[in-house]
Write a protein that binds this ligand. Sequence first.
Ligand code: HEC
Length: 223
Amino acid sequence: MTLRVNRLTILCAAAAMRLAAHDVITTKLTWSRDISRVFARRCVSCHGAGASIPLTTYEQARPWAVDIKEQVLSRAMPPWGAVKGFGDLSPDRALSQEEMLMIAAWVIGGAPEGDPALGPKSIVAPSGKAAAPQRRAIEIDGETTLAHAMVATGLCPLTAAESSKITALLPDGSVIPLVWLYKYDPAMKLTYSFARPIALPAGTKIRASSPVRFALTAPSRER
Ligand code: HEC
C-alpha cells in the first residue's frame, strides 16, 4: 500500500518536473556516491562494460536515465520473475524498495553525477563465490506427490508463468512457500536458490497455483 502511494507521489513529481527547465537538480542523491553502488550490486553483472547497454559509468548511464526509472519502477529490471518475500531465496536479485525509490528519486531530481572523487570511476560486479554444482532432481508439471524424500536446494522454471505460487505441503500438514513466479519468462534462464536446503519427506505434495513446468534442484552427487 505504501509502495503504491510512494509510486504515485513519484509519478506526480515526474509530471511536474517535465514542466520545469532542463537539468534542474533537485536531489542530493548522486551517481558517484549513491547510484553507482546500487548499480554495482544489482545491474552490472549484465550491464558490464562489454554489454550492449553498458551501465558502468555516469557517461554511459545518464542517457538512459528516464528509461532506467521506468524499468526499475515496473520491476522489469533487474529481470527477476518472482515476487519478493514469498519463499526464502538467496541471492534475491530483486531491488529492495529503498533501492528502487532511490533510483527513481535520483532520475526525477535530474540525475546528477556529483563529485567523482566520492565514487569509483567505473564499477564492476562483485565476483561471487562459484555456486556448488546442482542437478535437476525432479521435473514437475504443475503438481506432484513425492514418492521419495529429497533435499531441495532450488527451483528452476521450465515454462513461462504469468503468476504462479509454488508451495510444498508436507505430510504433517505444514506448508512451505517455495517461489511465487511472476511474469517469469524462460529467456531469463533463472534458477531460484533457497536460502537453506529444504528437506521434503516422501508424501510431500508440490503444487503450483497455475500451470507451469519446473524442476527442483538438489546437490550434485558427483565426487
Ligand atoms: C540478469 C541480467 C540483467 C540485470 C541484472 C539487469 N539487466 Fe537491464 N537488461 C538486461 C537485458 C538482457 C536487456 C535487453 C537489452 C540488452 O540486450 O542489453 C536489458 C535492458 C535494459 C534497459 C533498456 C530497456 C529498454 O528496452 O529500453 C535498461 C534501461 C536497463 N536494462 C536497466 C537496468 C538496470 C538499471 C538494472 C539494475 C537495477 C538492470 N538493468 C539489471 C539484463 C539485465
